[in-house]
Design a protein around this ligand. Sequence first.
Ligand code: F3S
Length: 101
Amino acid sequence: MPHVVTDNCQRCRFTECVVTCPTACFHGDADMLYIDSVACIDCAACVTACPVRAIYELTDLPEDKAHWGPINAERAMILPIVDHKQEPLSTANARRTELGY
Ligand code: F3S
């Protein structure tokens, strides 16, 4: 099953994940990234790269984050690929602290 980016990415967008991906399956808007569920080969390399633990394997999603599966699939189809590290959002470090990481 593919991996999924969840709400912890919002106000962070660290993009550490994209450089680990062998299939360039991350797509992004101004708020966060999303994984293309077709392109993802389930290597899980991105999971530990994310400093705020935003990424889950689809079947491991907590119940309150289950809606992020379809959101990733839908958003990734219409947004541009992000395959290079970018500057995190200006709110990233505050959000990381807020999340306890
Ligand atoms: Fe978001 Fe974590 Fe990647 S904050 S951009 S999923 S490294």
